[in-house]
Design a protein around this ligand. Structure first.
Ligand SMILES: Cc1cc2nc3c(=O)[nH]c(=O)nc-3n(C[C@H](O)[C@H](O)[C@H](O)COP(=O)(O)O)c2cc1C
Length: 207
């Protein structure tokens, strides 16, 4: 089997982690790197990764994550925050990130205008900035999980939480960030759950 397919097959939403096994620091660093290298709309890198380490904080987090055991038993927990204020058109952050491309001034201004126009016509009518930024965070999430699988590391994405609860526990500045998703990493204790998927022909169409 090709290595990517192997990783896709290995990855599953791990419900039961071995609480004794810790991910080596170098491997966890790579998982963070998979997130960092992920693509994002307009290259705005809408994410911030909060690694929740102390058992006390983990317990508090678990309480606002439907009491899910993965939060306490996994090796590492990452809360992915979505940037909100920073990615609004006209912000200093947006200017800085376009600025690093070293484009001629005219081209940079054209990009900034396109960014603002795209926001007005394609984002704002359909979703708020938090939802748009969260979509990008999920790309990082997917890469981190599949990347982890390529290293033989299990993961579980977690949306079963109270957004306000997680933000309170972590003291998130709600004017700047919203909690997009939580993800846990570690090693499975027991068998992988069976993979349930609809057939490809039910989800693909050709025109
Ligand atoms: C964004 C997202 C949020 C999820 N939230 C939870 C969760 O809170 N708890 C949980 O046990 N599984 C959660 N899952 C796992 C899904 O239930 C699982 O991915 C799906 O059933 C498919 O199974 P598989 O990932 O093992 O192939 C989540 C998955 C995704 C993608």
């Amino acid at each position: 089997m090709q290595p990517f397919m192997q990783a896709m097959t290995f990855r599953h939403a791990c419900k039961k982690f071995d609480p004794q096994r810790k991910i080596p620091a170098a491997d966890f660093q790579q998982i963070l790197e998979f997130g960092r290298l992920s693509p994002s709309s307009f290259g705005m890198e809408h994410w911030r990764f909060v690694v929740v380490q102390t058992p006390e904080l983990r317990e508090k987090l678990r309480a606002v994550c439907w009491n899910q055991p993965q939060i306490a038993d996994s090796s590492h927990v990452v809360v992915i925050l979505a940037k909100t204020a920073a990615v609004e058109p006209g912000s200093a952050y947006v200017k800085q990130l376009f600025g690093r491309r070293n484009l001629p001034q005219e081209a940079e201004e054209a990009y900034l205008a396109k960014y603002a126009a795209h926001n007005d016509s394609e984002i704002a009518p359909y979703m708020n900035t938090f939802a748009w930024a969260s979509k990008q965070c999920y790309l990082a999430l997917a890469n981190m999980m599949t990347g982890a699988a390529s290293l033989g590391i299990d993961s579980c994405p977690i949306e079963g939480f109270s957004k306000h609860g997680v933000e309170d526990v972590l003291g998130v500045d709600a004017s700047q960030y919203g909690v997009a998703v939580v993800v846990t990493f570690g090693y499975r204790a027991g068998e992988q759950t069976p993979r349930l998927r609809q057939p490809l022909e039910d989800m693909v169409e050709y025109r």
